[in-house]
Design a protein around this ligand. Structure first.
Ligand code: MG
Ligand code: ZN
Length: 375
């Protein structure tokens, strides 16, 4: 009797799904995790470098016990370890997200044998998507680099910068201009090469952002520093307008959809410095950016937003004696740790990010969400 009831229920349930207008498959419904959701057209991947649960908690308490991160309906955890080390670095961690492989620490867009692996930005570019990167470090730094470059070591900053003209990126905003024009490994001027490829290259602070248009064929490379951008505490103020510019441009220029990687790079640097105020200020700014992206994604209804970190940094702890107003921090290391890392997902395809999985699975889940969308 019970079996018949279950079978009847399943039949009723599945036929109701098939009958729903505009729904391609039951698979896609499982992916969306929401019977009223459409499927994703765009993906925004936001990476808080070194952002473990304590970094999030300290930001939350220091921000009046609230964060934009609380708006995410789906939360998962990823296993951050590298191919050759339980404690990953940012290069291996970002390569796992960008390329879907576990590799050795220091690897940029290459596998454990140093062979290049195609990145999600490159794959989607080939499929007709627009792509972009915004970071609060230099473009040649490990996290952004892993989405467009393929080199054996993260320290090869100039070699990494030389991948930019061929990257296909439609917009990028970050520091590290010197690696393009004041080179020691060769006499190339990568800025000139970018311009020959149709890029408008400018300093972000001096650029007329109202001229940034997705209507034409122009690509944009904006620099925010000659070397590494300063911290939020030291007055960095470009993160929000940069993400706004990139999102607006990509939305305006893309017909098929877009992929945008946004990195809050310096939560990690606060962790390396064992500086709680540095961590918290970067964390809260990142959260504000996340809130804006959620607003836009909610409005357009077709953007999958994922927030995660590559690893935790500092073995950061909120020690006894702490209050909401004043965190008493502890640190176990000036390096990274191997703790599980939270993943937050919003929008069509978000349900794929529920559960516990490998860091490299994030790459496969992003592609799966888009592939189900194109069925
Ligand atoms: Mg980074
Ligand atoms: Zn680090």
């Amino acid at each position: 009797m019970k079996k018949i009831f279950v079978a009847a229920f399943l039949l009723l349930f599945s036929s109701a799904l098939f009958a729903a207008p505009g729904r391609a498959t039951t698979d896609s419904l499982i992916v969306s995790g929401d019977l009223t959701a459409t499927l994703p057209k765009n993906i925004v991947l936001l990476i808080g470098d070194g952002m473990g649960l304590t970094q999030i908690s300290a930001g939350l308490y220091s921000n009046g016990n609230q964060l934009q991160l609380e708006r995410f309906p789906v939360i998962g955890l990823h296993k951050s370890y590298a191919y050759d080390d339980l404690v990953t670095d940012s290069a291996s961690g970002a390569t796992a997200f960008a390329c879907g492989v576990k590799t050795y620490n220091a690897a940029i867009g290459v596998d454990k044998d140093t062979l290049p692996v195609v990145t999600i930005a490159e794959i989607l570019k080939k499929r007709g998507y627009k792509t972009g990167i915004v970071a609060t470090c230099s473009m040649s730094h490990a996290t952004p680099a892993s989405f467009f470059a393929h080199v054996a070591s993260r320290k090869m900053y100039e070699e990494i910068a030389a991948f930019l003209p061929e990257s296909g990126l439609d917009i990028f905003i970050g520091g590290g201009k010197k690696y393009l024009e004041k080179r020691t490994v060769d006499n190339r001027n990568i800025i000139t090469e970018l311009e020959q490829k149709g890029y408008q290259v400018a300093d972000f602070a001096a650029a007329d952002l109202s001229q940034v248009s997705g209507k034409g064929d122009t690509k944009y490379g904006f620099f925010t520093a000659d070397e590494e951008p300063v911290s939020k505490l030291e007055g960095r103020d470009y993160f929000m307008p940069a993400v706004e510019t990139a999102y607006r441009f990509l939305e305006e220029s893309s017909e098929k959809g877009f992929f945008l990687m946004v990195e809050s790079s310096q939560i990690d640097w606060g962790g390396h410095a064992n500086n709680s105020d540095y961590i918290i200020s970067e964390m809260i700014e990142f959260d504000q950016v996340i809130g804006k992206v959620l607003d836009w994604a909610k409005e357009d209804g077709e953007t999958l937003v994922i927030v995660t970190a590559d690893h935790e940094t500092g073995g950061y702890a909120i020690n006894p004696g702490s209050t909401m107003e004043k965190i008493v921090p502890g640190f176990t290391t000036g390096s990274h740790t191997a703790t599980l890392i939270p993943v937050f997902a919003f929008g069509p395809g978000a349900a794929l990010f529920n559960g516990i999985y490998e860091n490299s699975d994030i790459f496969h889940k992003m592609l799966k969400a888009l592939e189900d969308a194109s069925k």
